[in-house]
Design a protein around this ligand. Structure first.
Ligand code: PLP
Length: 464
C-alpha cells in the first residue's frame, strides 16, 4: 500500500508538514455535509481529501502519496505547483487581478497571439471562456450565426461538456438525463476500428465507411439545415479513439462541400497531450473553429476558448457577436496561460511528450497486451493512451458491460483499487484504463506507474 508520510519535500527542497487526522476528519465532515458533487449520487461517494500536490504526485490527508496517471481530469499537463505558473498567477494578482471582458490587457492579448501562432491555417482570433463546455456552446453559437442554420452533428462516444448545448452534443450516457431533444443535434458514428460500427476490416475501410456514413447523415438531415459538425480530434473520455488517416481530412472536405462549419473540440487533447499544440496539426487538417480549455494553463485558474478562422471572425466585423462572459480572458488565467507557453518552449515539452510516448509508454503497453489475456487493445499517441479490457479476446466482449455501475462494474473497481493501493491514481472509464499522466512526469515515475498498472491488470486477467 502507499507508504504514509507526515511530510513531503517540494522541488525547491522545502519540507511541508501534511495535515493530521483531525484535519482529515474536518474536511470530510464539511465535504459530506455541504459540498454537492458533479455526476454523482451524493450518498454513494466518498471524496478523497487532497492535502497537497507536487509535480505528478499528490498526497491525501493520511499522508499517502499517489502518482497521478490521470492528470486530475486530463488537465494538469504541467503537474501540480509548477513554480512558473504559480509565480505568474501571483504576480498578476499583485498588479491587476481582474478586468471586464471588453477591456484589453497584456496577458490577455499575449495569450491570444501565442495561441493564434500555434493554431493551423488562418485561425487567428481567440474568444476566451471559462472552460470547455462553454467554449463548445460559443463555437456552436458562432457557427449558427455565420451559416444561418441550426442543426449540429456530433459523434456517439463523445463528451463535449456539461452545460445545456454541450451536453446535448455529447454522445455518451451523460447526455441521457439531460438531453433537451429539441431536434437541433443529430449523432453519428465515428471510426472505432476495434469495434467497427461499419464492420470494416482495415483502417482505410473504416475511414472511408465512416465518411460515407457522415455524408449520408448530412444529406438525410438536410445539408441546408446543418450549421456545424463537432468532433473531438482524438475522442478522449470515450476511449482515446485515434482516427484513421484520411478521416479528418475527409470530414474537412465534406464540410467544405456542404458549407458546414467544422469545429474541432481539443479541450482534452490540445496543449501538448499528444506532443502537438493542437492535435489537428498531427492530422494535417484545418478546422474553422477549435475549442480548448484544460491544458491551456493546466487548470490552475479556469480558462477555455474558441480559436476562430479569419472567415468566421470577419462575419462579426460589422454584425455584433451576441454573447459574452464576465470572466472572459480572466487575467489570472491568462497569466498562467502565457507562462504555460514559456514552459513548453523552454523545456521542449512537445518533444518530450512525443519521446516518452514512443520510447516508454507504447512499448510498455504493447508488452502488457502480450502478457495479459484481459487486454484487448492498446491505442494512443504521445501521453494519451487507452488499455481496452475484455473478457474474451476473440469475441472482444468488454470486461464490464457498456456504462456498467454497481456490481456489474466490480472488475474495473477492483482494478482501480489495486492501482490505488500501490500508490497510483488511475483514470478508468467503462472497460478501459487510460494513461494520461502530467507531461512533466519523470521517466522514473512513468516507468514506475506503468509497472503498477501492469501488475494490477492481473486483477482483470482473473475474469477472463
Ligand atoms: N470537451 C472535451 C473533449 C472534454 O474532455 C471536456 C471535459 O472533460 C469538455 C469538453 C468539457 O470541458 P469543461 O469540463 O471544462 O467544461
Amino acid at each position: 500500500s502507499p507508504s504514509a508520510t507526515a511530510a513531503y519535500v517540494d522541488r525547491s527542497g522545502t519540507t511541508h508538514q501534511l495535515p493530521d487526522a483531525a484535519a482529515d476528519a474536518q474536511v470530510r465532515a464539511d465535504d459530506r455535509g455541504h459540498v454537492f458533487h458533479s455526476w454523482s449520487a451524493q450518498a454513494k461517494i466518498d471524496p478523497m481529501p487532497v492535502a497537497a500536490g507536487e509535480g505528478s504526485t499528490f498526497w491525501d490527508y493520511q499522508g499517502n502519496a499517489y502518482l497521478d496517471f490521470s492528470s486530475q481530469l486530463v488537465n494538469l499537463n504541467l503537474g501540480h505547483q509548477h513554480p512558473d505558473l504559480v509565480a505568474a498567477i501571483q504576480q498578476q494578482a499583485g498588479r491587476l487581478a481582474t478586468i471586464q471582458p471588453i477591456m484589453a490587457n497584456d496577458v490577455r492579448g499575449e495569450l491570444a497571439r501565442r495561441i493564434a501562432e500555434v493554431a493551423p491555417g488562418d485561425l487567428d482570433k481567440v474568444f476566451f471562456t471559462n472552460g470547455g463546455a462553454d467554449a463548445n456552446e460559443y463555437a456552436v453559437r458562432m457557427a449558427r450565426a455565420v451559416t444561418g442554420r441550426r442543426k449540429v452533428l456530433s459523434m456517439y462516444r463523445s463528451y463535449h461538456g456539461g452545460t445545456a448545448a454541450a451536453i446535448s452534443l455529447t454522445g455518451d450516457p451523460r447526455r441521457w438525463a439531460n438531453d433537451p431533444s429539441d431536434g437541433s443535434v443529430a449523432h453519428f458514428f465515428g471510426p472505432y476500428a476495434y469495434r467497427s460500427p461499419f464492420h470494416a476490416t482495415t483502417e482505410a475501410e473504416e475511414a472511408q465507411r465512416a465518411l460515407e456514413h457522415l455524408e449520408n447523415l448530412i444529406v438525410l438531415e438536410g445539408a441546408a439545415t446543418v450549421a456545424a459538425v463537432i468532433i473531438e480530434t482524438i475522442v478522449g473520455t470515450n476511449g482515446v479513439l485515434v482516427p484513421p488517416a484520411g478521416y479528418l481530412p475527409g470530414v474537412r472536405a465534406l464540410c467544405d462541400k456542404y458549407g458546414i462549419v467544422y469545429i474541432a473540440d481539443e479541450v482534452m487533447v490540445g496543449f501538448g497531450r499528444i506532443g502537438e499544440w493542437f492535435a489537428v496539426n498531427h492530422f494535417g487538417v484545418t478546422p474553422d473553429l477549435i475549442t480548448f480549455a484544460k491544458g491551456v494553463n493546466s487548470g490552475y485558474v479556469p480558462l477555455g476558448g474558441v480559436v476562430i478562422s479569419d472567415r468566421i471572425a470577419a462575419h462579426f466585423d460589422d454584425v455584433a457577436f451576441a454573447g459574452g462572459l464576465t470572466y472572459s480572458g480572466h487575467p489570472l488565467a491568462c497569466a498562467a496561460g502565457v507562462a504555460t507557453f514559456e514552459v513548453f518552449e523552454r523545456d521542449a515539452i512537445l518533444e518530450r511528450v512525443r519521446d516518452l510516448g514512443s520510447r516508454i509508454v507504447e512499448p510498455a503497453l504493447r508488452a502488457m497486451a502480450e502478457r495479459h489475456p484481459s487486454v484487448g487493445e492498446v491505442r494512443g499517441v504521445g501521453l494519451f493512451w487507452a488499455i481496452e479490457l475484455v473478457r474474451d479476446a476473440s469475441t472482444r466482449e468488454p470486461l464490464v458491460p457498456f456504462n456498467a455501475s454497481g456490481p456489474d462494474a466490480a472488475p474495473m473497481a477492483e482494478l482501480a483499487a489495486a492501482c490505488k493501493a500501490a500508490g497510483l491514481w488511475p483514470f478508468t472509464h467503462f472497460n478501459r484504463v487510460h494513461v494520461a499522466p502530467p507531461l512533466v512526469i519523470t521517466e522514473e515515475e512513468l516507468v514506475r506507474g506503468l509497472a503498477i498498472i501492469d501488475e494490477a491488470l492481473e486483477v482483470a486477467d482473473r475474469y477472463v
